[in-house]
Design a protein around this ligand. Structure first.
Ligand code: SF4
Length: 175
């Protein structure tokens, strides 16, 4: 039997695939960020959807909050709880010889930002959930992208990021 598995995977922030999880009024699409998704599919990577920590903590009708509101011991404990099965999944793939291409987070998010977050406005920094995730998967440091703030509003920024995702997927472990 032919094995068609590409053995390459990417981790995506939950709301890239499901904009219903995004706090009002920040959703950029009815369903998914289709350009990002399409670029991943074209790159031949399997998709592992991360959980949405804010949804788990406060539900779909939560009020907007910034990093100060989320950086609490209880929220960090929840993030670690959510991260644990994911880390186990990643380690199982790695042991079997699969490549984790990388991770895509959400710029300016108090939870899922990687290089930018929101604390009294946009600022450099990392979201709480991504801090906990990268603490457990340190090999992903430097192997990530984040969806820019203007994605979905500015056609140029949107197309440029989709292209960046294509290059990112092609750069690692493709056969
Ligand atoms: S917490 Fe993360 S996954 Fe959930 S809506 Fe915010 S950025 Fe998206």
């Amino acid at each position: 039997m032919v094995d068609r598995r590409g053995r390459r995977l990417i981790l995506l922030a939950h709301c890239i695939l499901n904009q219903n999880a995004v706090v009002q009024p920040l959703a950029r699409a009815r369903a998914a960020l289709e350009g990002v998704l399409q670029a991943c599919l074209e790159g031949g990577v399997g998709i592992v959807q991360l959980p949405c920590p804010e949804m788990a903590a406060r539900g779909p009708e939560r009020a907007p909050d910034d990093r100060r509101g989320y950086d609490t011991p209880a929220y960090r404990a929840l993030c670690r709880e959510l991260v644990a099965p994911l880390v186990a999944q990643v380690r199982a793939y790695e042991r079997a010889g699969y490549t984790i291409v990388g991770l895509i987070g959400i710029g300016n998010s108090p939870s899922c930002g990687l290089d930018t977050t929101n604390e009294g406005g946009a600022r450099p920094g990392r979201g709480v959930f991504m801090e906990e995730l990268l603490d457990q998967l340190p090999e992903l440091q430097g192997r990530y992208l984040e969806v820019p703030r203007r994605y979905g509003e500015d056609p140029e920024a949107t197309t440029a990021f989709d292209e960046e995702v294509r290059r990112f997927c092609a750069a690692r472990g493709s056969r």
